[in-house]
Design a protein around this ligand. Structure first.
Ligand SMILES: [Mn+2]
Length: 548
């Protein structure tokens, strides 16, 4: 079971740093196979922090929706196209399967073979019972399948259409029957009947199989060599020899080649829909070259997906990685408003109203008595600095101050110096396109059945803002329309003065409710507002309630 520690979509510094930190905490706690993940791109500031403290970006995952590869059987038991069906049938029986995929020399799947089809071949319906004597196989396959011994000739490997004939009659009856046979195709199965053996060889039958390990006289073998007839000794009685001889046909001749296959990366729910009505016993999982990568049967769809999630820095499914609702969420560590979906089982849900999730992660290390490495302390400082604008945001608590102090002591970094380093990297207005500015740190919310988005960027001044304002408003409207939000907002925060400007695009019936001073068309001055979750979001949901 793999456990992914993952922050929200459009990850910010805290989402990335707390995911890395909490994954390390779980590892220190002895949890195996746990790793930090992210479901969006990092930005210049996050990259700066990761690089400064020597961490790789968490694993990038676009979706955790279960896929075929999560539940398929990778160790596939299959049949080779060129093996006798006797071997396929034995393998089907040993494993109690209904059938097997059949592959060629390059492991490309050429079809399926089923126990049902083999038994129909071996035991044909009464109206087709004459076919029970025919076999498409090489003499060598027949000899090997019956476990026979070669007495004369050298059986070839080429597959041929052969007819098995049992000579269980008087010599004169046999002679009449022999006249009607297609000698070149005839494999005569016979006991120690010298006269019949001699007649058949002289008539030019293809091969003799002498049953029950019975001795064959030298004179007969000599005659066979002279006429080019193969003579094979079978250790079995006649009935068994016929049955085994017929099952020498190669698997490739008995396949269904119009079968349903799936790809390893097909979504499990799509695959399930595709195979739902098919009577096929199993579904080969093929790669682009049609090579067999696995196999999936209907019961595999009931398997538990071997992956679970720990959400950090968010608890609402609208902000979580795609597919989060389809697999187990086993823990949530967060500091936002509660908007979590109901879970099937009890989980650890820790939500503390502190300045950052990185703060909570640091306190968990302290409570457990686990040491925090120098680099991790630096990284957690970045999450804390970024979310609280270095302890100046109204979301800041005494816990954050104490944690910052301790992390600073461990890492040897001064918070103020680190903060100015972080915020001077990559001004979003300078380095990003308008589209990126609007989406980079954007969160979706749903309130009273109305969906809206709130994005935020942090700048060191509003110097670049005025020249970009109209483009940003256009992008904001495009984003709103594309997602059919009631409204979309962008909070541009000056981290030095601790003031923000709010850009809004949405229905007039909503925007006319905004009672902050206007800063031109579509913009409002929000002095002293720096926190999306503690200041802006409650304000916006309040407006929605008033408008309702
Ligand atoms: Mn956060």
């Amino acid at each position: 079971m793999q456990t992914l520690v993952i922050g929200h979509k459009n990850p910010d510094m805290d989402a990335i740093c707390s995911a890395i930190g909490y994954a390390e905490f779980k590892q220190a706690s002895g949890v195996e196979n746990v790793c930090a993940a992210r479901c969006g791109n990092t930005n210049a500031r996050i990259d700066f922090a990761l690089h400064k403290f020597g961490f790789a970006a968490p694993v990038f995952i676009t979706s955790v929706q279960p896929r075929v590869e999560d539940v398929m059987e990778r160790d596939v038991i299959c049949a080779s196209r060129d093996e006798p069906v006797y071997e396929s049938m034995t393998r089907i029986g040993e494993n109690r399967f209904r059938g097997l995929p059949v592959v060629d020399d390059e492991r490309r799947c050429v079809g399926l073979i089923s126990g049902f089809k083999i038994s129909q071949y071996l035991f044909p319906p009464k109206d087709k019972v004459s076919s029970a004597r025919e076999v498409n196989a090489s003499l060598r396959d027949i000899m090997e399948t019956i476990g026979g011994r070669l007495l004369a000739g050298s059986p070839e490997n080429d597959t041929r259409h052969l007819i098995l004939v049992v000579a269980a009659m008087q010599t004169d009856s046999f002679e009449r029957r022999l006249a009607l046979m297609d000698h070149g195709k005839t494999v005569l199965i016979v006991g120690d009947r010298r006269n019949i053996q001699r007649m058949a060889i002289k008539a030019g039958v293809c091969a003799l199989i002498v049953t029950g390990n019975m001795p064959v006289e030298d004179e007969i073998l000599e005659l066979a060599r002279h006429h080019g007839t193969e003579v094979i000794s079978s250790p079995h009685d006649t009935a068994t020899t016929v049955l085994l001889g017929r099952s020498a046909v190669r698997a490739g001749r008995m396949i269904y080649d119009d079968f349903i296959s799936v790809s390893a990366d097909t979504l499990l729910q799509d695959a399930q829909r595709e195979v739902a009505l098919s009577p096929q016993f199993a579904f080969p999982v093929l790669d682009d070259e049609r090579r067999l990568a696995g196999i999936i049967s209907k019961s595999d769809f009931l398997k538990q997906v071997p992956r679970q999630l720990i959400l950090v820095d968010h608890n609402e499914l609208t902000q979580a990685v795609d597919g989060a609702g389809d697999i187990s969420i086993v823990e949530i560590i967060d500091h936002h408003r509660i908007g979590a979906a109901p879970t099937a089982a009890p989980i650890l849900f820790m939500n503390r109203p502190v300045g950052s999730t990185s703060t909570i992660v640091a306190t968990l290390f302290q409570q457990a008595g686990f040491p925090i490495s120098k680099n991790l302390a630096g990284l957690l400082m970045c999450g804390l600095i970024s979310d609280t604008l270095n302890l100046t945001s109204p979301t800041t608590t005494e816990v954050d101050r104490a944690v910052m102090c301790e992390l600073s002591r461990i890492s040897g970094h001064d918070p103020a110096a680190l903060a100015s380093e972080i915020f001077s990297v990559g001004s979003p207005l300078l380095t990003m396109t308008a589209d990126q500015v609007v989406t980079a740190d954007c969160k979706e919310y749903e309130e009273r059945g109305q969906r809206f988005s709130v994005a935020q960027i942090e700048e060191l001044s509003f110097a670049l803002f005025e020249s970009k304002k109209n483009t940003l408003l256009d992008e904001l409207e495009a984003h709103r329309a594309a997602h059919r939000y009631v409204f979309s907002t962008l909070l541009v925060t000056d981290v030095i003065t601790q003031n923000s400007i709010l850009l809004v695009r949405g229905a007039k019936s909503f925007t006319r409710l905004i009672d902050y001073p206007e800063a031109g068309e579509g913009a409002w001055k929000l002095d002293g507002v720096v926190s999306r979750k503690k200041q802006l979001l409650p304000y916006l949901t309040g407006l929605l309630a008033r408008g309702a």
